[in-house]
Design a protein around this ligand. Structure first.
Ligand SMILES: Nc1ncnc2c1ncn2[C@@H]1O[C@H](COP(=O)(O)OP(=O)(O)O)[C@@H](O)[C@H]1O
Ligand SMILES: [Mg+2]
Length: 319
C-alpha cells in the first residue's frame, strides 16, 4: 500500500525527513511515534501529495505521489493535525458535501454519510452545527470526513492530541472498529506512548527525520529493554548467596536486593523463586517491571519521549 525509498524533505537547512524507507502492507495499522519535530507530519504530507519530496520516491496505493497526485488522492483519506475550526454547517451536511467533492452522487453521499454516522457513534450530533461539537465529537466527524469516499488507506495525523483521556479512549475504539469493519489500511502519528502501544501492531519510531526502530510494541520492548525482576532478601548474606545461585542470569546486586534483566519475566519468576528456595536463599519479596515504549525510546536516543510530548501539550494550550 505504501512504498518509499530514501524519502527526504528539507526546509532550507532543516532536514525534516531524512531518507525514509518504508513499506506498509494492505490492512496494516501502523503508528509513527516520535517527539515533536521528528518529521511525522512532514512524512504524511508527502505521502498525501500535499508537499513534494526534496528527493527520494514514494508510491501510495500503487501510484507515485509526484507524478500521479490525483490517483493517490482518490484512494486515500487524510485527517491533518488540528483540523476543523468553527463550521456553521451541520455535521451530516459537511459529510455529504465532502462526498460530493470526491465525485459521489448525492444519493451515494447520503447513504455513505448515514453509515459512517452510525459506525462512528455520531447519530446524536450529526444534525447539530459543527461549531457546537466537543473536541472528541469533532475529531470523530473529521475521521468520517476522511472516510466518506471509502478510501483504501487512511492517514491520521495526531488524531487524539488535545482530547481528554475518556474521549481519546473512545476515539481509539472507533478507529479500531472501523478498521475491523472495512479492512482500511491505517497510518497514524502520535506522541502518546500508550496509544501507539495499545493500538498498533507495528510501531515505527522516528527521530530527527529518520526511522530508528520498526517492530511490534512487544518486540521493541523485549529487544531493546527487557523486563526487570527485582528480588529482595532479608539479609545481605542471602542476597550474596542468591547472586551466586542465579549467576547464569547475571544479576546485579545492590545491598540486599538483586536485579535481573530478562525477557518474559512473568514466566520466569516462579522458577527463579523455586531455585532460590532450594538453594536456601529464599526471596522475601519480588517485583516485576515491564518496559514501556518510552524506555525503548530512551535506550535508542538517550532522551525521554515523555518530555517532548509534554512540551507539545503546553504549546497546544498556549495557541
Ligand atoms: N513548512 C515548513 N517550513 C519550515 N520548516 C518546517 C515546515 N514544516 C515542518 N518544518 C520543520 O520540520 C521538522 C519536522 O516537522 P514535523 O514534520 O511537523 O514534525 P512532527 O510532526 O513529528 O512534530 C521540524 O523541525 C519543523 O520545524
Ligand atoms: Mg506533527
Amino acid at each position: 500500500m505504501i512504498q518509499t525509498r530514501g524519502l527526504t524533505k528539507h526546509f532550507k537547512d532543516v532536514r525534516a525527513v531524512d531518507g525514509i524507507d518504508l513499506t506498509v502492507a494492505p490492512g496494516e495499522l501502523v503508528a509513527l511515534l516520535g517527539p515533536n519535530g521528528a518529521g511525522k507530519s512532514t512524512t504524511l504530507r508527502m505521502l498525501t501529495t500535499l508537499i513534494p519530496p526534496t528527493s527520494g520516491t514514494a508510491e501510495v496505493a500503487g501510484y507515485d505521489v509526484v507524478r500521479h497526485q490525483r490517483e493517490v488522492r482518490l484512494r486515500i483519506g487524510y485527517i491533518g493535525q488540528g483540523n476543523g475550526a468553527g463550521h456553521s454547517q451541520r455535521g451530516r451536511d459537511e459529510l455529504i458535501s465532502q462526498g460530493r467533492a470526491y465525485g459521489l452522487s448525492v444519493r451515494d453521499a447520503r447513504t455513505r454519510a448515514g453509515s459512517l454516522i452510525d459506525s462512528l457513534g455520531l447519530a446524536e450530533v450529526a444534525d447539530r452545527r459543527v461549531s457546537t461539537l466537543s473536541g472528541g465529537q469533532r475529531r470523530r466527524l473529521d475521521i468520517a470526513m476522511g472516510l466518506i469516499h471509502a478510501p483504501e488507506l487512511l492517514f491520521l495525523d495526531e488524531p487524539s492530541t488535545g482530547l481528554d483521556p475518556q474521549n481519546r479512549a473512545n476515539l481509539q475504539e472507533h478507529i479500531l472498529s472501523l478498521r475491523a469493519e472495512h479492512d482500511t489500511t491505517i497510518v497514524l502519528t502520535t506522541h502518546y506512548l500508550d496509544e501507539a502501544d495499545s493500538m498498533a501492531e507495528r510501531v515505527i519510531v522516528i527521530d530527527h527525520g529518520r526511522i530508528i526502530a520498526d517492530d511490534s510494541p512487544a518486540r521493541l520492548k523485549a529487544e531493546h529493554v527487557g523486563d526487570r525482576i527485582t528480588l529482595g532478601f532479608d539479609a545481605e548474606l542471602d542476597a550474596a548467596g542468591a547472586a551466586a545461585t542465579l549467576a547464569p542470569l547475571a544479576p546485579q546486586r545492590r545491598g540486599n536486593r538483586l536485579v535481573v534483566t530478562t525477557q518474559d519475566a512473568p514466566r520466569r519468576v516462579p522458577g527463579i523463586l523455586d531455585d532460590l528456595r532450594a538453594a536456601g536463599h529464599p526471596a522475601a519479596e519480588v517485583e516485576v517491571t515491564r518496559p514501556t515504549l518510552d524506555d525503548v525510546f530512551l535506550v535508542l536516543t538517550g532522551r525521554s519521549l515523555r518530555e517532548g510530548g509534554a512540551a507539545e501539550t503546553r504549546e497546544l494550550v498556549e495557541v
